[in-house]
Design a protein around this ligand. Structure first.
Ligand SMILES: Nc1ncnc2c1ncn2[C@@H]1O[C@H](COP(=O)(O)OP(=O)(O)OP(=O)(O)O)[C@@H](O)[C@H]1O
Ligand SMILES: [Mg+2]
Length: 365
């Protein structure tokens, strides 16, 4: 296995920059998820690493070797795509053996490599079947096996689970995690599903509009999103964002809504709010950090129930606060009706503040 280093990587199609000055390092044996909305440049980034597209600028290194000008076949990578296209007329064994036969490996070595891959992926009992005799998840494992037998430096996977139904996707998620764990493989995994990234990866690279927004562990990205885009992309339901104005009141700083209510800030949050380029500040809060009250309590702000979504274990209330819709999780036993007035309490230790002009997270320097 090997590390993969991207330095200032660019890919443009005329004036469109599909990948714009992207730099990150995938350590040897790490599982990195590339995430972001449709069109943000995930597949392009993966194809640049694979060598399926020429880069317009920057450098890509795989295992200490700059591969900018190397053909895909010389990069020692294996790709698994969304459409895994197995050979329909070949058995599972032959599907796995084919890439090795192409490399003219001795028969005995092919047989042992296929047996090993089949064991890791638990498809030994399927080796004599044809792809049409397999379930979607089994076919996906054969596609993984075909990458695995090649014993590459790096696995590149582009939305390999998106053709599977929701239940199978969750199951394959843990299988790929085991695959990574058992092999200690370097994996770069593209998905638009932030939940897949958060649950599977050691690190996630969040992209938007060709730019890398944040590269860190899922826990760090979740706890300390660097800007409003990352804050609202990672986490489900999304972090709620409320546009307010920071106003000094003597020694205090409060956040003021257009409706007139004021939320006093803790000293640490006050310093953050004052570092904003303008008075316009965005308050961010995750559903689990908010408390909903049916009566006004000190430090709470008024809102109105928009919708209520019971999910069984937990009920999600959407509450209108200062022209924003805010997600709050409440106990299923709490009865709430649309348009009911409620009061929301923020946890000062766990709110996020963003500069409304730059969209960056405000931090205390
Ligand atoms: N051959 C091409 N010519 C021109 N523009 C392209 C080409 N290939 C991709 N693009 C553009 O580059 C941008 C990034 O595309 P890319 O396929 O990397 O997105 P993605 O993040 O993988 O999206 P998705 O989640 O929909 O697969 C998009 O705006 C796309 O339209
Ligand atoms: Mg894509």
């Amino acid at each position: 296995m090997a590390e993969v280093v991207l330095e200032h990587v660019m890919k443009n199609y005329g004036s469109l920059y599909a990948v714009n000055d992207v730099s990150f390092t995938v350590n040897d044996g790490e599982f990195v998820a590339l995430v972001g909305p449709s069109g943000c440049g995930k597949t392009t980034t993966l194809n640049l690493i694979a060598g399926l597209l020429p880069i317009s600028g920057g450098d890509i290194a795989i295992g200490n070797r700059v591969v900018n000008d190397l053909d895909p076949k010389d990069r020692d990578i294996a790709m698994v795509f969304q459409n895994y296209a197995l050979y329909p007329n070949k058995t599972v064994f032959s599907n796995l053996a084919f890439p090795l036969q192409m490399r003219k490996l001795p028969k005995a070595e092919i047989a042992s490599k296929v047996a090993e891959a089949a064991r890791i992926l638990d498809i030994t009992h399927l080796l004599e079947r044809k792809p049409r005799e397999l379930s979607g998840g089994q076919q996906q494992r054969v596609a993984l096996g075909r990458a695995l037998v090649r014993d590459p430096l790096v696995f590149l996977m582009d939305e390999p689970l998106s053709n599977l139904d929701a239940k199978l996707r969750v199951q394959m998620r843990s299988e790929i995690k085991r695959f990574h764990h058992n092999l200690g493989a370097t994996i770069i995994y593209v998905t638009h599903d932030q939940l897949e990234a958060v649950t599977m990866a050691d690190k996630m690279a969040v992209m938007n509009g060709g730019f890398l927004q944040q590269y860190d562990t899922p826990a760090q990205v979740f706890a300390n999103p660097v800007n409003m885009f990352v804050a609202s992309f990672v986490g489900s339901p999304a972090m709620s964002l409320i546009s307010l104005q920071a106003v000094s009141r003597g020694t205090e700083v409060v956040l003021q809504s257009a409706e007139g209510w004021e939320l006093p800030l803790s000293p640490a949050n006050a310093r953050k709010a004052l570092s904003s380029t303008t008075k316009n500040v965005v308050l961010g809060a995750r559903h689990s950090t908010l408390k909903l009250h049916k009566m006004q309590v000190s430090g709470s702000v008024p809102g109105k129930i928009y919708t209520v979504e019971p999910t069984g274990d937990v009920t999600f209330a959407q509450v209108f606060i200062a022209e924003a819709v805010v997600n709050i999780s409440v106990d299923p036993s709490v009865h709430l009706s649309p348009d009911e007035p409620v009061w929301i309490e923020f946890d000062q230790e766990r709110v996020h503040l963003f500069d409304a002009e730059t969209t960056s997270a405000l931090t205390v320097r």
